[in-house]
Design a protein around this ligand. Sequence first.
Ligand code: GRG
Length: 301
Amino acid sequence: MDFQKTYQEKVLYINEGLNSIIRQRESHPTVLRAMEYSLQAGGKRLRPVLFLSAYEFACIDNCSIQELDQVRPMACALEMIHTYSLIHDDLPAMDNDDYRRGKPTNHKVFGEAIAILAGDGLLNLAYEVMLENVPLETEKLNRYIKAMLIISRSAGVSGMIGGQTADMENQGSNGNFSELEYIHTHKTEALITASLKSGVIAKREDTELLNAVAKYGKALGMAFQITDDILDLTGDLQELGKMPGSDKKMSKLTYPARYGLEMSKKMSRQYIEQAVSCLEPYGKKGEFLKLLALSILDRSR
Ligand code: GRG
């Protein structure tokens, strides 16, 4: 399998979905422009790619494009939730960042008030879009609602918002391992795991598969965040698309701050090994997710 080519095909498919969602929306042009600005500024589209890959992973044979088209709005909703969180995270009241996805941050272009509204707009639009696309058949509908619940919990106070709160409260603290783990699992890993679990549930109810992707997601999410912490120390603006050194500037509790660079790299590798091992029983079916996990170790943005 050509991993990069397959990943890019999924990104194009998601971008096409996002463009059509935004184009169809009636709204005040200013807030819509601000939403579109951050959404189309790029980004790896990791969460929707994970959703679609988990959906395909749960298909017995190859799934048809018609089938994927039905669940694409949910994949796009995950990207909208993620993009809202980035806009808010960059605000002066939070991380006060000037660059994101290689461009000036939303509030730098549109001002703080519009940036807050653009984030709110994306979050609400995510749920609007999912609800507009609920399937009518009872069995599919029940699974779809379960998937939405997984997504909303992971993005809400028991997930990302809780993690972000802990992240804010722990600035400047030496912190212990459990605080650091709470921040990473809630701020980053929760939405990553939810993307995978909702992808499986959207296709079928299968406890074994669900447990496998949940374990994979937990390990992948941790490795992803540790790598993000490492890149904040070692990356550059050009490649990262955001200003490196921001964690240090904000005295954030991170893995490299707590354990040093080399130990953090080792821990990230261990998490990826764990993620890959969760897919072993599935052979070829798990190949894309396996390659995706391995790609996290080489990521430069
Ligand atoms: C404001 C409720 C609220 C939450 C913010 C996502 C987040 C939580 C903060 C962003 C800061 C950060 C470094 C978070 C860790 C998660 C993470 C690595 C986000 C960046 O995700 P990528 O690398 O970004 O997938 P792209 O731009 O590629 O989509």
